[in-house]
Design a protein around this ligand. Structure first.
Ligand code: PMP
Length: 318
């Protein structure tokens, strides 16, 4: 079994990439010029909120970002919950994303941008100042291949401890532990349960489970991120005649499902071929159909109104 795939989810592993530029302190700068002091809350407490953005080459030759405004709005919500001020408009956010895109985009690859708001001044809520940092990583333009997954012994924290809807790096300590556990057990990804033992989500994606032609996914209050891709998929599915229902999912349903997938900005719809010791059926008619519909929408083959795309207006790359 393959345990470490450097191109999983179409990402030529981020750890293997070392881009030339970074957007830092209001401008695109050389990679090595982006650093914070060890005394900042960004470093001491890991205090930040972030978004993972994906841009795709379109069939018409343009390059376009998916649902930028929704990412900006979710970042604002995460920041609000952690009392981090956001002093830039959506337009400024978009301008920053386009600036790093122009610096890092090449014809052969799509781009993933990690937009992180790091707390660079202040202490325990007094005088908090944050800086928007954008790092761009090149990605394969092909859709993600199916993966194996297991259920982690680590659990998603409850809303009163660390709300899953805050997209902050500290929430990913558990993802890291689950990933390490998964690797030692031979799985490419892991599912986190919530405190009640029901399914919360994947470590970087939401869960889709198909039974009798219907797609189920846990509601946010079960411990899932408020996924933007899930909103898109729900609308795409509706226009394809497939229903996406949000309801709690028992662990045992993972083993008797007709199909399982993970969904997110990077995962798109990644089919799961095995869950713990249980092999899932080879045929995935519902998720394959949805995955293709999603691909067609993000690449402009068959645009969908729910899939808001922001194209770079000028020709960006050589
Ligand atoms: N859950 C977690 C924990 C994630 O990190 C992600 C990826 N951002 C998702 C779900 C999917 O969210 P989205 O569709 O907004 O990318």
């Amino acid at each position: 079994m393959k345990t470490d795939d450097p191109t999983r989810w179409g990402v030529t592993s981020l750890r293997l990439q070392r881009p030339e530029h970074v957007y830092f302190d209001g401008a695109v700068r050389p990679w090595q010029d982006a650093s914070f002091h060890v005394s900042t809350e960004a470093v001491v407490r890991g205090l930040n909120v972030f978004e993972g953005l994906k841009g795709h080459w379109q069939v018409n030759g343009q390059f376009a970002w998916r649902t930028l405004q929704r990412h900006y709005e979710r970042m604002r919500r995460s920041a609000r919950l952690l009392h981090i001020p956001v002093d830039f408009s959506y337009q400024q956010f978009e301008d920053a994303v386009f600036a790093i895109t122009r610096a890092e985009l090449i014809r052969e690859k799509d781009l993933y941008v990690r937009a992180t708001l790091f707390v660079v001044a202040g202490h325990y809520g007094e005088g908090t100042v944050a800086d928007l940092v954008l790092t761009a990583y090149r990605q394969e333009t092909t859709p993600p291949a199916p993966i194996t997954a297991g259920v982690s012994t680590w659990r998603r924290s409850p809303d009163v401890s660390m709300p899953a809807r805050i997209k902050t790096s500290t929430n990913y300590q558990i993802a890291r532990l689950a990933r390490i556990e998964g690797k030692s057990r031979g799985y490419q990804d892991m599912i986190l349960l919530n405190q009640a033992g029901r399914v919360a989500e994947g470590i970087g994606a939401c869960l889709l489970l198909v039974r009798d032609g219907r797609v189920y996914t846990p509601p946010t209050w079960e411990g899932a991120l408020e996924s933007i891709t899930l909103e898109m998929i729900t609308e795409l599915a509706a226009s394809t005649g497939i229903e996406v229902v949000r309801r709690p999912i028992d662990r045992s349903e993972l083993y008797i499902a007709d199909e399982i997938g993970l969904t997110g900005t990077l995962a798109e719809i990644t089919r799961v071929s095995q869950m713990d010791d249980f092999a899932l059926p080879d045929e995935t008619p519902i998720l394959s159909k949805l995955a293709q519909r999603y691909r067609d929408a993000i690449t402009g083959v068959d645009p969908h109104p729910a899939m808001e795309m922001s194209p770079l207006v000028e020709a960006p790359v050589g």
